[in-house]
Design a protein. Structure first.
Length: 320
């Protein structure tokens, strides 16, 4: 059953969103309340997604659709529930591991940023050099973007003294410009269209800065919003639930919904990481950075191993 047939008659707000998708996009982007450095960045961000929607003439352009040749040509995983579980595990591990390097090991934000960004670049070069999707390598790059994003955000907010508002404004502007340049260069922001080296580079740049932005937002919610660690995680979890509802109950661009969810999973992972690592008197579970990182690593490794089995079976089925 299509989105227009699910709850539209029962819930007027859903029907309104379905009939006014372009207006809804602006409302949703604005409702995030993340300051943009300029109105030009906001226009660039919206324009990129609007132009992507105007070219969606085939179901294969839907972000949630997997084309028959996905396993032969794509270097990226299918977007499934397991993908989001692994994304949250990876970003939470990135938060705890980044704190482990910068704070527990006491090397400082500048040095830890250099170490973790170097790790990201090495893993990225390896990812760009392969010809197809390799789950361990792909999720290693996701993990390194998360750890690098954690230290980059901390360096901007604390070492440079920019604060959460200015740091977020800079990151949103960079991300908006990345999306706009990506759309202008390749013609689509959908991950189904990441088939070339140029598109893949844009994809990873967007992921790096979305993770960095998500870290800043998560730290703001945990430290400055008054919500605390658990409250921040609950708020972001609620926003993710709204994003999921938009996927099923509206005609909103699946490309936009994907990137909204991708950005939001980072602060969810950041606040969840704080819940795991911080002492009980501050609202955490006091597992520490070492213990939390070990548990999250085991979860991620288990899911990666499972995805490798699924990937192999799917390729064998396609080849048969």
């Amino acid at each position: 059953m299509g989105a227009e047939g699910i709850g539209a008659g029962r819930y007027p707000i859903l029907r309104t969103l379905q009939e006014n998708a372009d207006v809804a996009k602006k409302l949703i982007v604005g409702s995030l309340r993340i300051p943009l450095a300029s109105r030009g960045a906001q226009r660039a961000l919206l324009s990129a997604f609007e132009m992507t929607d105007s070219r969606r003439k085939h179901p294969s352009e839907d972000l949630m659709t997997t084309t028959p040749d996905h396993f032969q040509n794509s270097k990226l995983p299918k977007i499934t529930a397991a993908f989001w579980v692994m994304k949250i595990a990876a970003t939470t591990l990135g938060e705890t591991a980044g704190d482990l390097v910068s704070m527990t090991m006491n090397v400082g934000y500048a040095v830890s940023s250099l170490i973790l960004i170097s790790g990201f670049l090495i893993s990225l070069v390896a990812q760009l050099s392969v010809k197809r999707y390799h789950p361990p390598l792909y999720w290693l790059v996701i993990l390194t973007t998360s750890t690098a994003g954690t230290t980059m955000s901390d360096y901007m907010d604390r070492t440079l003294g920019l604060g959460y508002a200015k740091g977020s404004a800079i990151l949103v502007t960079i991300l908006a410009c990345t999306f706009f340049a990506w759309r202008m260069t390749t013609g689509s922001l959908s991950v189904d269209h990441v088939r070339t080296r140029k598109a893949e580079v844009f994809y990873w740049i967007a992921i790096l800065f979305s993770n960095t932005l998500g870290t800043a937002l998560g730290d703001f919610l945990a430290d400055s919003s008054g919500l605390g660690f658990a409250g921040g995680a609950l708020l972001i979890g609620s926003l993710l639930a709204v994003t999921l509802a938009l996927t099923f109950f509206t005609k909103l661009s699946r490309v936009l919904v994907f990137w909204m969810a991708f950005v939001l999973t980072r602060p969810f992972g950041a606040t969840l990481g704080d819940v795991l690592t911080k002492p009980t008197e501050k609202g955490g579970l006091a597992l520490g950075t070492v213990g939390s990182s070990a548990v999250l690593a085991l979860v991620l490794v288990a899911f990666v191993a499972w995805s490798m089995v699924k990937e192999r079976r799917a390729r064998e089925a396609v080849a048969a």
